[in-house]
Write a protein that binds this ligand. Structure first.
Ligand SMILES: C[S@@+](CC[C@H](N)C(=O)[O-])C[C@H]1O[C@@H](n2cnc3c(N)ncnc32)[C@H](O)[C@@H]1O
Length: 262
């Protein structure tokens, strides 16, 4: 598992992406700054290469980071010229499936539900930040392990694991705690008309809202928007918005973000 994500996280030129994401990173950091208060205890979920968040955002706040692949996180901290020792890094699998035997054969019928448990410990936090992760759990591995036709059979399990993880985070929010979630909800090839439309309207919330809602009406939720939808039933929603993520030369993503309070 850890190796799988380590390979995935380093499967592209990370330093090049760090430069490429500069504007996007500033937009994400700006949204977080608006939610951040002095001395807040902070948890970041899915920091990975830390290409989408400026560590300068945090000044006097203690920051914990949770990811399956801590090697990328350590490199990400170094890339931003920060000290690893200034952060508490937590390695863990947010699906809770690591001890269940599921990763041995991806067999749903043999899944040992009694062994589903989170393999990490969290504190209580004032601000929890979730970076794009819902589309990343299990699906990339399943795409390597099982046929395309059988992927649908795994969706209820992934959704149930997302519900469970969101509930866990909710329990680890202090009273008055805040949650900010960023999640990739749509992806297009950059030369597709849809991508050009998103890029042209990247600062027009109403237009992006219409675009995404008409997609939802036709195709329904994917895992990315499902994660946000589920979280929105748990917290008191504050704001909902969109960002356009210039993911790579040939891929453009629409990211939805939500901020809410306990
Ligand atoms: C798309 S990346 C998020 C973007 C990242 N912040 C960046 O700047 O590149 C998703 C992150 O989720 C982590 N991840 C995926 N599945 C996970 C799991 N089951 N448990 C914990 N972390 C996981 C990956 O290791 C990766 O770092």
């Amino acid at each position: 598992m850890e190796q799988f994500y380590s390979k995935l996280n380093s499967s592209y030129d990370v330093d090049m992406l760090y430069k490429r994401y500069e504007n996007y990173r500033q937009e994400v950091s700006h949204i977080i700054k608006k939610q951040l208060k002095p001395r807040d205890s902070v948890l970041i979920v899915g920091p990975g290469n830390l290409n989408d968040l400026d560590l300068e955002t945090f000044t006097d706040q203690p920051v914990h980071m949770l990811d399956i692949d801590l090697r990328s996180v350590e490199e990400g901290i170094r890339r931003q010229n920060h000290l690893i020792s200034d952060y508490r890094l937590i390695q863990g699998d947010i699906t809770g499936l690591s001890k269940s035997g599921f990763y041995n054969n991806f067999n749903l019928l043999q899944l040992d539900y009694d062994k589903i448990e989170f393999d990490f410990e969290l504190n209580q936090y004032d601000l929890i930040i979730i970076l794009p992760i819902y589309t990343q759990i299990l699906l990339p591995q399943l795409m390597m392990e099982v046929s395309y036709e059988s992927l649908n059979a795994y969706l209820p399990l992934i959704q149930e694991r997302i519900n469970n993880f969101n509930s866990l985070l909710y329990r680890h929010l202090n009273e008055e705690g805040r949650l900010v979630i960023f999640s990739d909800v749509l992806e297009y090839k950059t030369d597709q008309e849809e991508a050009k439309y998103l890029i042209a309207h990247k600062n027009h919330k109403i237009i992006l809202d219409d675009f995404f809602n008409s997609y939802l009406n036709t195709f329904g939720h994917g895992l990315g928007s499902y994660g946000i939808l589920d979280a929105s039933t748990k917290v008191r929603q504050n704001e909902l918005g969109y960002l356009v993520w210039p993911f790579s030369d040939d891929r453009t993503m629409l990211v939805q973000w939500l901020s809410g309070k306990k």
